[in-house]
Design a protein around this ligand. Sequence first.
Ligand SMILES: [Fe+2]
Length: 220
Amino acid sequence: MHFPDSRPRRPITQALRDSVLEDLPELAQIGHQQLRERCIEAWAYALAESAFERISDLPGEANPGMFRLKRGNQAAHLRGVTRIALAIADDFAGEFPEADIDRDLVIAGGLLHDVGKCWEFDPANRARWTGDPSQTGSPSLRHPVYGAHICLTVGLPEEIAHIALGHSYEGEHLIRSLECLIVQRADHLWWSIAGGCGLLTPENDAILAGRKITPRALRG
Ligand SMILES: [Fe+2]
């Protein structure tokens, strides 16, 4: 049985919060002040509970061992998904003003959907899980579940916890909110297009092939 030494593992400092905003500048586009502040708090808390110093230290992978970027880190993924999700939302809202899409939820959900990766990619957690999966499960919790836990712990609205939980396979058991649907499709699209551009290492080419995607050679 594993009891954490303390909660959080290290202090949540203003420097840590500042690093979150530096790595995810799109946070500034969230209009609702409390939502924006709690998004920063969620990432700061998740990082403080992990071995990662800042978001840009998280590897650019979809899941541990699946879809690894040849270059770039998790911040590139989070920012890209958020911009794509926002483009989807703004395009529909522009063409169909009667469509009721919450822009703040799309931005916050895009930037927070993978907050649980601090847990799932943490080296100490991974060592524990691979040591005896019969004891812990492997992983004990996937990043969508841990991400929802983080969102609720820092007092984010359930709509954001729902996006963290529902953006991946776990969402197949739910009816997704509209904003969760937009983030989920943007997330899936991001990895597929990264694969098509040849930006991913080749271990998972078979998964891309299953999606009828073949990587193009990079320039140079
Ligand atoms: Fe993602």
